[in-house]
Design a protein around this ligand. Structure first.
Ligand code: IPE
Ligand code: IPE
Ligand code: MG
Length: 245
């Protein structure tokens, strides 16, 4: 593995937007007899090298699922530690992001998070806002159904106060009210850890994404896995409902 396979990647056929469901942290830790939170720490480390690799490849957007609207169902201690860790990570990574010209974006209902966390997020986003390379989009307190309902509410209000006609609502307009407004749809969605489901992630946006699964737990997910995903992606034929040329 390594150099050879990387060299097989066709730079002209890279996905513009990669989305990753960073799953398997808890099981990674349990397998080692460690507390689940150790898995979340290891997961944050795994993210760093994948982010840097995506920047190197000149991928435009990397969206990572870090905390879902359903993850609040977990024990309070785990939720608290995950959120603190995420904020610690975002803060600590700012220099590294700037060095690599990476722009941070946070997607989801993060405005609902505690004040201290919101302030830290705003600061990190602001400090990387002039970067022009990879967009690292972190989905935090994100839920796709909630995102879609929210968009419907905003659009209904516009109709209600006469600023929009129902006939004017189309897919393009609808997308403007999603958290991902302005971003291209993911071309490739990756879920490690052996789970074959979407868990409420980007349901609208992945209508035509290529899906790629592997059994590796996220903390063990390396550049090599991404290379494999990219090579598989480049071998696939995307028809978008049309026919092969
Ligand atoms: C993903 O790992 C991280 C979050 C959901 C925050 P998990 O914590 O879901 O790990 P598993 O799936 O239980 O192994
Ligand atoms: C999805 O993983 C959410 C994140 C990775 C942040 P979960 O572990 O929460 O998903 P389920 O519960 O296995 O579907
Ligand atoms: Mg999980």
């Amino acid at each position: 593995m390594g150099i050879k396979e990387i060299d097989l990647i066709d730079p002209k056929k890279l996905p513009c937007h990669i989305a990753i469901i960073m799953d398997g942290n808890g099981r990674w830790a349990q397998k080692r007899g460690l507390p689940r939170i150790a898995g979340h720490w290891a997961g944050a480390e795994a993210l760093r090298s994948i982010v840097e690799f995506c920047a190197e490849l000149k991928i435009k957007v990397l969206t990572v699922y870090a905390f879902s609207t359903e993850n609040w169902k977990r024990p309070y201690e785990e939720v608290k530690t995950i959120l603190n860790l995420l904020v610690y990570y975002l803060k600590k990574e700012v220099d590294n992001l700037n060095r690599n010209n990476i722009k941070l974006m946070v997607t989801g209902d993060w405005q609902e998070l505690p004040y201290r966390i919101r302030e830290e997020i705003k600061k990190s986003v602001e400090l990387t806002s002039n970067n022009t390379g990879l967009i690292l989009n972190v989905a935090l307190n994100y839920g796709s159904r909630r995102e879609i309902v929210k968009a419907c509410k905003t659009i209904s209000r516009l109709v209600d106060n006469g600023r929009l006609k129902p006939e004017e609502i189309d897919e393009k307009l609808f997308e403007k009210y999603l958290f991902t407004a302005g971003l291209p749809d993911p071309d490739l969605l990756i879920r490690p850890s052996g789970e074959l489901r979407l868990s409420n992630f980007l349901l609208w946006q992945i209508a035509y994404s290529e899906l790629w699964f592997c059994d590796t737990y996220w903390p063990d997910f390396k550049k090599e896995h991404l290379v494999q995903a990219l090579l598989d992606f480049q071998r696939r034929e995307r028809r978008f409902g049309g026919l092969t040329k």
